[in-house]
Design a protein around this ligand. Sequence first.
Ligand SMILES: C[S@@+](CC[C@H](N)C(=O)[O-])C[C@H]1O[C@@H](n2cnc3c(N)ncnc32)[C@H](O)[C@@H]1O
Length: 382
Amino acid sequence: MPESPIRYFVTCARGLEGVVATELEDPRIGAASVEEGSSGVYFTGTLATGYRANLWLRSGVRVLAEHARANVRGPEELYAWARALPWTKLLRAEQTFSVEARVWDSAVTHSKYAALRIKDALCDAFRDKTGARPDVDVHRADLPLFLYLFKDQATLYRDMSGVTLHKRGYRDALHKSSLNECVAAAALQITGWHGQHALLDPMCGSGTFGIEAALIALNRAPGLARERWPFEGWPDFDANAWREAKEEARTAARESLDAPIFLNDVHRGAVGLARKDAAAAGVERFIEFSNCDVADYVPPAVPGTVITNPPWGERLKSEDPSEPWRKLGRFLKDRCRPSTAWIFSGNAELTRHLGMKADRRYPVMLGKTDCRLLKYEIHARA
Ligand SMILES: C[S@@+](CC[C@H](N)C(=O)[O-])C[C@H]1O[C@@H](n2cnc3c(N)ncnc32)[C@H](O)[C@@H]1O
């Protein structure tokens, strides 16, 4: 009998739903009924589709597989519904679970309280049936659960990813101003760059754009480097489908790039970190690193695509925060003709100091910060 389709939801930063939808529709994942929501995208597919989404998604944050859905008005209905679910088919008493919840416009008004009611329901149902209950582990649960409660419509998901997908496995220490890997990969996909010409990040920090760019151009599945996936311990785990998905991903990877990637930063420590992370990602040999003020930097070749996010948050007291932006504007106009520059900014006031008018603007929410990916066509001199 054919497997009935599973409904999935992939979470992402607001503004990136279109990029995630395009990734899901790609044959490498092959999702069906892809539909953009708010801060996420719905799709349907088999277990194998879910596995491929976890392996291949670059811009998605978590892949959630729907487990149950109901209309619930208030905490007691939520508890009663959750308590009646067949938990012992999903989990053993010696395993662990966690519950996260998001609640809007519902009779249950607090996310933490909704999560607590689900936890109590699961434990009570287990105790009734087996005399024992699983423990909670918020970091490495065997069964991470996610509840969405919107206008009293509850959807309970099993979180296949566990740890969010931006943690690719190549970065242990977080550079305080590192761009989130999922956002960097989404921005790169918006640019249309896939390795066809040289790419430069002249203010690279820990090198997220360069590393993600190399992974895209090499067609490496970002999830291949991860060691642990919660779904590997689930009762419906399809080991053959998972092995096949990983094998396909390994075979699809390319060995070399057609064009170089240049990364530069004024801070030696940042370049060291970028080099270390690139080595951990196995892409160091495809990147040319340099350590220089953008005002003095001459790229080894004119790059077709420039992508960067200059500093906008952390203000060094001794520095004029507009200075890097002015230097970047001069650098683009003096040394990057012709190219397309893409600037990721969370500060419209500072962006003005580039002294250039954007040709296009793509809004992205980074946490509570309203950001823009800005496109500038830098034409050859007439
Ligand atoms: C927001 S961070 C970039 C973060 C980076 N995208 C990442 O993912 O790690 C901005 C970077 O600009 C660099 N920077 C600031 N002024 C610079 C200049 N004049 N020349 C080159 N780099 C500069 C800083 O050292 C910092 O690493």
